[in-house]
Design a protein around this ligand. Structure first.
Ligand code: NI
Length: 193
């Protein structure tokens, strides 16, 4: 389970539409997933999509630590050919980072609640509903499969900052009324995905 190099923004692989995986139970897919989890944990990150390790295929891995999931903890999860369906029109702002865009954090609008579907490595269907940080991470990772980076989702690049300067923007946000960051999300540097 080697830790693989992570493609950074500017690498064309991050802008391609990734290919569907024909057979989630193919042992080669299991090896790819194991490498992705090892790379995610080493970074460390909370999520990784295959294009980030230069594999243009539709598979993501993620984990939701207990202290970020608003009480909900999700163990390392592999999702093959994931599809997202928004369950609300409500968008919430929250901090995101990306292992392919080191040193930056941005406030990104995401659907507050989603349903996501896909397949596990055993070929069984996965069908879950998610909200909060869990929903945010899945939306971020599935975007990677369509060549989309979180910067593309931002509507105000003044909310993009260097990680070590985040505290300045947090202070400004505390005084602002037009931005509602998810509770807790604007108070620390999130683990990138
Ligand atoms: Ni990312």
């Amino acid at each position: 389970m080697p830790v693989l190099p992570i493609a950074r923004m500017g690498n064309p692989v991050l802008r391609k539409i990734a290919e569907p995986i024909a057979d989630p139970t193919d042992p080669a897919v299991a090896r790819l997933a194991a490498d992705m989890i090892a790379t995610m944990l080493d970074a460390p990150g909370v999520g990784l999509a295959a294009p980030q390790i230069a594999e243009s295929r539709r598979i993501i891995v993620f984990r939701i630590p207990a202290d970020r999931g608003e009480g909900e903890e999700v163990a390392n999860t592999v999702l093959v050919n994931p599809v997202i369906e928004p369950l609300t029109d409500d968008m919430v702002m929250g901090w995101e980072g990306c292992l392919s865009i080191p040193g930056l954090r941005g406030l990104v609008p995401r659907y507050a609640r989603i349903r996501y579907r896909g397949y596990g490595l055993d070929g069984a269907r996965i069908d879950r509903e998610a909200s909060g940080f869990h929903a945010r991470v899945v939306q971020h990772e599935v975007d990677h499969l369509d060549g989309v980076l979180y910067l593309d989702r931002m509507d105000d690049l003044r909310l993009l900052v260097c990680t070590e300067e985040m505290h300045h923007l947090n202070a400004a946000l505390a005084a602002a009324t037009h931005i509602t960051a998810a509770p807790g999300a604007a108070t620390d540097a999130p683990t990138p995905a």
